[in-house]
Design a protein around this ligand. Structure first.
Ligand SMILES: Nc1ncnc2c1ncn2[C@@H]1O[C@H](COP(=O)(O)OP(=O)(O)OP(=O)(O)O)[C@@H](O)[C@H]1O
Ligand SMILES: Cc1ncc(C[n+]2csc(CCO)c2C)c(N)n1
Length: 257
């Protein structure tokens, strides 16, 4: 079974010094208060997409993160490549502004069965050549800490696109999926994340999960909703390993500066 390596090096202000090949990033901005590190993710991403009302957040809130700079300068500098969704939240003035800058607008208001985040991930999947897909990591800003139906819908996107690397982010924590098809190695960036973490079975119980590097490790242990799930765990090593017979969510706290 192959090993999949995970690292939150996208949260580091400088280029990481670990030697592994660095992934390429796409950023999706949702319609939630922008995490403070959004400009950093924006700079690291090669493709920037706003999910419907996420474009209002870039237009309204990104300039607030640069209080000493000219609002228009910031809006011109942080231009989304694409705005996609059912377009019931993005304001017309925001569409007009970014259309003039050359942003691609994709109106899928006919589809009321999939979320705007789902539509954006599908866009990235369909526009990325196969060769680049395995090296691509999608960062989703503003995915948690709001309406519970939206939060669960966002987590469902991890399961729906389980072969893609997707990280849901807020100021406080991140969540990603550890598919059961791989063994996992998580390299902890202790300057920006941890120590609180969790491992949660999603969709079905896990009969057997084994971990190293945690304060409360699992050793061929079962986890299920209604029984044991691993919340309020603590990372104690810089390298965590996880192997499970079921897909798990990995979550870790993000440090406040
Ligand atoms: N409160 C929230 N918490 C978490 N994610 C959110 C929240 N609000 C929006 N999102 C995310 O941002 C995306 C775009 O938001 P937007 O408000 O444009 O969606 P929407 O389809 O108009 O939602 P709805 O009609 O259900 O209010 C959503 O698909 C969702 O992924
Ligand atoms: C069973 C079921 N429940 C809810 C919705 C509504 N819905 C789900 S995603 C979406 C688009 C949001 O941008 C909407 C309106 C549905 N279609 N089917």
């Amino acid at each position: 079974m192959d090993v999949m390596t995970h690292s939150s090096s996208f949260l580091l202000p400088s280029i990481p010094t670990d030697n592994g090949p660095s992934p390429s990033y796409a950023l999706i901005v949702l319609n939630q208060r922008l995490p403070r590190f959004t400009p950093l993710l924006w700079t690291k991403a090669q493709l920037r997409i706003c999910a419907d009302g996420g474009a209002n957040r870039v237009f309204d809130e990104l300039p607030q993160l640069f209080p000493h700079e000219d609002v228009l300068d910031i809006r011109n500098r942080y231009k989304p490549d694409v705005i996609k969704g059912d377009m019931d939240s993005v304001r017309q003035e925001v569409i007009d502004f970014y259309t003039n800058l050359g942003t691609k607008i994709i109106d899928e208001s006919y589809d009321q069965d999939s979320t705007d985040l789902c539509k954006c991930v599908a866009y990235i999947r369909d526009s990325t050549p196969n060769l680049e897909k395995s090296n691509l990591c999608i960062l989703v800003a503003g995915a948690l800490g709001g309406r519970f139906d939206h939060e669960i819908g966002n987590i469902n996107v991890l399961c729906r696109f389980s072969t893609m690397r997707i990280v849901l982010l807020t100021d406080d924590c991140l969540i990603l999926l550890l598919p059961s098809t791989h063994r996992h190695e998580i390299l902890i960036q202790s300057s920006v994340e941890g120590p609180h973490c969790g491992l949660i079975p999603i969709g079905m119980p896990s009969e057997r999960t084994t971990t190293t590097g945690l304060k409360w490790n699992l050793s061929d242990t079962g986890m299920r909703f209604g029984g044991l799930i691993s919340t309020s765990n603590i990372v104690i090593e810089e390298r965590i390993t996880v192997q499970s017979d079921s897909d798990l969510l990995w979550t870790i706290s993000i440090k406040t500066p």
